[in-house]
Design a protein around this ligand. Structure first.
Ligand code: DGP
Length: 113
């Protein structure tokens, strides 16, 4: 298994598992870009939204439910937060396992870099 996020999901690499259920996992980003910066991943390996297949959509929906849950648990709903999925090289994706960044705790600017 050479995917970092698959190894984290399997418990073979350490991460602070702030939330998990059968299908999804949330943990802090190693290189936080905001006071609060979590990653939400499906436990099953899906490369990116670009390669999502019909039988992956339930996991995608479960991830978005987890995004909402962790943002709520962390008190981000009132002030707002940003959810980012980087797709492919132009999108800035560096780990080829589908994930959402949940960023909060500061004012986000637009457009992103
Ligand atoms: P992206 O660039 O969108 O593919 O985001 C990948 C993120 O994953 C990046 O912000 C850094 C983070 N990351 C990479 N390796 C690890 C790791 O081993 N543990 C954790 N917690 N985060 C990682």
């Amino acid at each position: 298994m050479d995917c970092i996020f698959c190894q984290i999901a399997a418990g073979a690499l350490p991460a602070d598992r702030v939330y998990e259920d059968d299908d999804t996992l949330a943990f802090p980003d190693l290189r936080p870009r905001a006071p609060q910066h979590l990653l939400v991943i499906p436990k099953r390996h899906v490369e990116s939204l670009a390669s999502t297949q019909d039988d992956d959509w339930a996991a995608v929906a479960a991830c978005l439910r987890t995004v909402q849950r962790v943002a709520r648990d962390r008190g981000l709903e009132e002030g707002g937060y940003r959810v980012v999925a980087n797709i492919g090289s132009d999108g800035g994706q560096t780990v080829n396992h589908l994930h959402w960044h949940v960023l909060g705790g500061r004012l986000m600017t637009w457009p992103p870099g």
